[in-house]
Design a protein around this ligand. Structure first.
Ligand code: T3D
Length: 263
């Protein structure tokens, strides 16, 4: 691929694979543009019921391509360089955050800077035993972007978030699991198969209910209990009117396994 990103749809799973292994899957302009377009495509495709974000080679994604970044700064066009945050990183973060289906980050290798931020926006982070996270921003004298200031304290608490942002230290898979950054750690040799099975399970689930849960959990982060209860009530009305709910209740009463269409 010329864009540095591969998009595949198979059996209800939409997979976006960072594919610039020679640059540790750093995000250049073409990759960011393709990522934003790919997320739009997967959002609009009702046949896609689970989204997986992963990388090829030894990295998940190491964030901004610093070679391209420096080339822009050296060319004396810093405004153009920084425009990438509102033009690419912010819409990418919102597109990931607002998908109406489960999102899995399959963290196959190191996730750095905005690459880590992207993984934090997923619902679940399946992390290969040899993978790691580094917030990396401080190392290049930058603050944080792509939602890390919002996601990270929610995942690990504000004190740990600032420790990780200040230090930029490498967090291995086991520590990531212990502090709540990883959902699970999987041996490298089992990783691809494990991710595929997880994604298939999610894609075979009640997609409308999953999307509604996803929105409710995100909204609750900024709501008092009374408002969250209203969001829940509205969600229960929507999912309660779904074909999946009806069919699953009938299956339960008939002692059959439920089969979900996603609607
Ligand atoms: O443009 C804007 O508006 C800014 C937006 C910023 C958002 C951001 O994401 S800022 C954060 C950017 N990312 C980083 O600062 C991470 C930098 N990389 C690292 O800290 C380390 O490379 C890693 C911890 C990720 C991996 O370390 P290690 O020892 O396994 O590998 P390495 O030897 O450092 O890197 C291997 C190669 O990848 C190397 O190239 P070479 O020397 O073999 O030709 C290295 O330069 C290259 N590389 C690593 N990260 C990047 C990169 N090339 C371009 N951009 C990178 N981000």
């Amino acid at each position: 691929t010329t864009s540095g990103l591969r998009l595949e749809v198979s059996d209800g799973v939409g997979t976006l694979t960072f594919d610039r292994p020679e640059a540790l899957n750093a995000l250049d302009l073409a990759t960011k543009t393709a990522l934003l377009a790919g997320l739009g495509e997967l959002a609009a495709d009702e046949g896609v019921r689970c989204v997986v974000l992963t990388g090829t080679g030894r990295a998940f994604c190491v964030g901004q391509d610093l070679r391209e970044h420096v080339a822009g700064l050296t060319a004396g066009t810093p405004e153009d360089v920084w425009r990438t945050v509102p033009e690419h990183y912010n819409p990418i973060a919102l597109a990931l955050h607002t998908l109406d289906k489960p999102v899995v980050a399959a963290v196959n290798g190191v996730a750095a800077g905005a690459g880590a931020s992207l993984a934090f926006l997923a619902d679940l982070r399946v992390v290969a035993a040899s993978a790691s996270f580094t917030l990396a921003f401080a190392g290049v004298g930058l603050s944080a972007d792509t939602g890390a200031s919002w996601t990270l304290p929610r995942l690990v608490g504000p004190t740990r978030a600032l420790d990780l942002l200040y230090s930029g230290r490498r967090v291995g898979a086991e520590e990531a699991l212990a502090i709540g950054l990883a959902t699970e750690v999987v041996a490298d040799e089992d990783f691809a198969e494990h991710v595929q099975q997880l994604a298939a399970r999610l894609a075979a689930g009640p997609t409308l209910a999953f999307g509604t849960m996803r929105r409710a959990v995100a909204a609750a982060a900024g709501q008092p209990l009374a408002a969250a209860l209203e969001t829940e009530a509205e969600g229960m009305r929507r999912t309660g009117a779904s074909a999946d709910h009806r069919a699953a209740v009938e299956a339960f009463l008939a002692r059959r396994p439920a089969s979900f269409s996603g609607r």
